[in-house]
Design a protein around this ligand. Structure first.
Ligand SMILES: Cc1cc2nc3c(=O)[nH]c(=O)nc-3n(C[C@H](O)[C@H](O)[C@H](O)COP(=O)(O)OP(=O)(O)OC[C@H]3O[C@@H](n4cnc5c(N)ncnc54)[C@H](O)[C@@H]3O)c2cc1C
Length: 803
């Protein structure tokens, strides 16, 4: 083994091998892969090798498409067969809701260029005669599904990487990692040490243990997974290879394996493997079979596919593989550690391994993954993901792998975990709660405790009239919303203003003022949006999306100067309440001595105030588009503040409202939000945030890119649409059609109760930005006319929030 390398990749499973290949492909030759045993000695060797393009996150779906297309390339370079079988695949729907879900998946696939088709049960049975039609209502056909040989794929990546200059050492275990002061690493192994500029943790089943070597607890857990292979079946003799098939209601997948069928299941009672520590002596081993555990799924399988029940079992495989809490990979540089990267938690290595390798190599070499990979970014998780949290969420995710997640369905594992001081008070007001980063927050309020629950649906549901009443209260009187679930950062120091001016695109506000600002990366693309509040000359409060806290901190860390600025995340130190509506000023004025008139405290003002006996920051701003105030207090004051506002609010008919009403109102105002309208694939002018980019500043990150976008006009444009729908609204990710062609996608949708019609926000090509007709949006398989709006649907001039 060499003693110096630019990149040390730990782990020779399919993911590590792909990372290594992509680094060499991008031109980095001085790279080394270190493998404890033989290549594939983790989950890779016993995988079923299935691959498909469908994923709930369209950006991850794109990387899956890339992975499948890559196999030809690595076969050609390496001469190693990947054993690719493209059979095509069926997803079978046993219920109406599942068929709706498939129609939505098909629609989402349209703008990704996927050739998916909804077919009848008869057509499905013609393609897959093993199924018993009576259990199904329809199916989706995907021509690009199939399976590969896990050994072949891993070795094809590895050989291609070696031909590109990489070195691979086997039978060498990394036992420790020591950081040097310049950010490089001493990689300690049982066969000598190597000094590496970068380390990539691709240790699969042991990624958690390798993380612990550098003091982090990665949110991953391995689950036992079983599949069986039947004996040879007469039904398959002399026939074309069977399609891959997923039976959602049976929670199983099946495909042909030689003369029999392979049948795997994600059972409800899944079992974690090595929940605390993965043994180092586990190698190309299998776990003991437990057919009892999957018996309920097998019963369904033999009912739905009767011939399988008669075929006998030739072999059972039980092996572990790792998951993150949401089932998507963990990729990227780790906050707080210099030059330490991860590529782990990959539960579908043969669909995703190529995409993971591509994104990581680009990111490491160019400083940018080159695609929107928020869905797999390791920074989407924060400090709340303890070992026990991860355990509960991974088990839940495993048990729901083939379950429908309705848009209004909140998952239940781990809850309630994090609560604010007013949680019980909101509960007493019949709040229906959602979970955001492990924190409970109210979604809507029911009239009584019995009806305080969601009826899951893709259509408008039981919350609809109550959300309407909440929006009405905000429009006509005053509403109260808890806003604790935002990320907050305190920025202080003599260099704070200059630093913020460089990191944020808008101008730094004066003391006592707020500026709304995008944050751009070096290419001028959106990587955040913030409310920047100036408390004092050298003291700022930044408010942004909580889920992106780690993501933001990683970026801030990279750009902080050595001295003069300190930044501190303080999301849960400041909890908040917002009041919004025409009576919000009168209400608050009863509690504070400061003059709240527009002349004395205009829109976008920010000041420390005493609200009764409570001390806090008051900002004159509201995401609802109404006159409104956001009040931030330390946790100890929140109960008192809530009681004060509720009691003073009685005479104004103050009504609590939740996150769903807020979403309706921000869509009416065409206000975007991070991960929906604002993501790193969009520029500020495309996202209609151009007015928040201050080119008078001579320098800020992304200035040149944003300037070029402004000059050239950008490729996309965010538009608001008025929709003529029946009983369902757009949710996000639906295709936007224009003159019979799919031209874009929806980012958010909602019913606008204040304007009394359905609305959607979405991106279309910039050349269509001026088109006034011809648009349609597809919702659950039906296309509805969509009228582009030249301005926000509600109070376009913004007079209500400014008066
Ligand atoms: C039963 C079963 C069926 C599956 N079916 C499918 C399927 O159909 N389709 C699909 O896409 N996926 C499937 N998978 C999942 C798939 O196996 C994983 O997604 C994939 O193997 C993950 O690869 P990896 O490289 O991340 O991890 P691993 O395969 O676990 O590789 C990690 C490697 O790192 C090495 N290593 C760890 N620590 C060290 C260290 N300290 N020093 C040196 N080396 C180290 C290990 O020896 C190992 O070789 C299945 C898994 C199982 C168990």
């Amino acid at each position: 083994m060499k003693s110096e390398t630019r990149v040390a990749v730990i782990g020779g499973g399919v993911v590590g091998a792909s990372v290594l290949y992509h680094l060499t492909k991008a031109g980095w030759k001085d790279v080394l892969l270190i493998e404890r045993a033989e290549l594939t000695s983790g989950s890779t060797w016993h995988a079923a090798g299935g691959m498909h393009t469908v994923n709930g996150d369209p950006n991850v779906a794109k990387l899956q498409q890339y992975t499948i297309e890559l196999y030809k390339e690595i076969e050609q370079i390496s001469g190693q067969s990947c054993g690719v079988h493209i059979t095509g695949g069926l997803m079978l729907a046993g219920t109406r809701e599942r068929l709706d879900w498939l129609k939505m998946a098909k629609a989402r696939g349209r703008y990704l260029g996927m050739d998916l088709e909804i077919i009848s049960v008869d057509e499905a049975a013609r393609l897959f005669p093993l199924m018993d039609k009576k259990h199904f209502k329809g199916a989706m056909y995907d021509p690009i599904e199939g399976h590969v040989d896990p050994y072949g794929v891993t070795h094809a990546y590895a050989k291609s990487a070696q031909l590109g200059g990489a070195e691979i050492v086997r039978h060498t275990r990394v036992t420790d990692l020591k950081a040097r002061s310049d950010g490089s690493w001493d990689v300690i192994t049982d066969h000598g040490n190597v000094h590496a500029e970068y380390v990539v943790n691709a240790a699969g089943l042991w990624a958690r243990e390798v993380g612990r070597m550098v003091g982090i607890e990665l949110p991953i857990l391995a689950m036992e997974h079983q599949y069986l292979i039947t004996g040879d079946m007469a039904e398959l003799k002399g026939k074309k290879e069977q399609l891959h098939c997923i039976d959602f209601e049976g929670e199983l997948y099946t495909r042909q394996e030689r003369g029999g069928m392979l049948l795997g299941t994600y059972e409800k009672a899944g079992v974690p493997w090595s929940p605390i520590e993965t043994p180092w002596d586990f190698g190309q081993d299998l776990l003991a079979n437990d057919l009892e555990r999957i018996a309920p799924s097998l019963e369904v399988a033999f009912e739905h596919f009767p011939a399988l029940g008669d075929a006998g079992i030739r072999k059972v495989v039980n092996g572990p593989f790792t998951f993150a809490p949401d089932g998507n990979p963990l990729v990227g540089p780790v906050k707080g550690l210099k030059n330490f990267w991860v590529a782990c938690g990959v539960m579908a290595g043969f669909s995703q391994g190529g995409g993971v390798g591509l994104a990581l190599s680009r990111w490491l070499i160019d400083g940018d993954p080159g695609a929107d990979i928020w869905g797999m970014d390791v920074a989407r998780y924060g400090d709340w993901t303890t070992l026990a949290y991860t355990n509960a969420k991974v088990r839940e995710n495993y048990s729901r792998r083939f379950s429908i997640r309705f848009p209004n369905e909140e998952l239940q594992a781990t809850r309630p975990l994090r609560t604010t001081p007013i949680y019980e008070k909101l509960q007493a007001a019949n709040a229906v709660f959602g979970d955001y980063c492990g924190l409970e927050h109210s979604l809507w309020f029911a009239p009584d405790a019995q009806s305080a629950k969601d009826e899951f649906s893709f259509h408008r549901s039981n919350d609809f009239p109550h959300i309407a009443a909440e929006c009405d209260a905000v429009k006509n009187s005053v509403g109260l919303l808890e806003i604790s679930n935002y990320g907050k950062f305190e920025v202080k120091g003599p260099g704070a203003a200059d630093w913020l001016s460089r990191v944020m695109a808008n101008r730094v506000p004066a003391v006592g003022r707020i500026a709304l600002t995008p944050m751009l990366n070096e290419r001028g693309k959106l990587i955040g949006d913030f409310t920047m509040c100036r408390v004092a000359p050298e003291h700022f409060l930044l408010i942004g999306t909580y889920a992106a806290e780690t993501y933001y901190l990683r970026w801030f860390e990279r750009h902080l100067p050595g001295a003069g600025v300190s930044i501190r995340p303080c999301a849960m130190e400041y909890v908040g309440l917002s009041i919004a509506g025409p009576n919000s000023r009168a209400l608050l004025q009863e509690l504070v001595r400061d003059d709240l008139s527009t002349a004395a405290f205009p829109f976008l003002s920010f000041r420390r105030m005493e609200i009764g006996m409570v001390q806090g920051y008051v900002g004159r701003v509201s995401f609802t588009g109404e006159l409104g105030f956001e009040i931030w207090v330390t946790t100890d004051y929140q109960r008192a503040l809530y009681d004060l506002l509720v009691s003073a609010g009685r005479k104004y008919d103050l009504r609590p409202f939740g996150g769903r009403a807020l979403n309706c109102m921000r869509v009416e105002k065409s206000f975007g939000t991070w991960t929906r309208e604002y993501r790193p694939i969009y520029g500020p002018f495309e996202a209609a945030l151009g007015r928040f980019v201050d080119f008078k500043k001579e320098e800020f990150i992304g200035r040149a890119g944003a300037m070029e976008e402004k000059r050239a006009g950008g490729a996309l444009r965010l538009l608001s649409f008025k929709l003529e729908t029946k009983d369902a609204d757009a949710l996000g990710d639906e295709p936007i059609w224009h003159d019979g062609r799919v031209v874009g996608w929806v980012t958010s949708g909602a019913f606008g109760h204040r304007v009394n019609h359905s609305l959607a926000l979405g991106y279309v090509p910039a050349v269509l930005a001026g088109a006034t007709s011809g648009f349609e949006i597809e919702i659950i398989g039906e296309r509805y006319p969509a009228q582009p709006l030249s301005e926000a649907a509600y109070d376009a001039k913004g007079l209500r929030m400014r008066t």
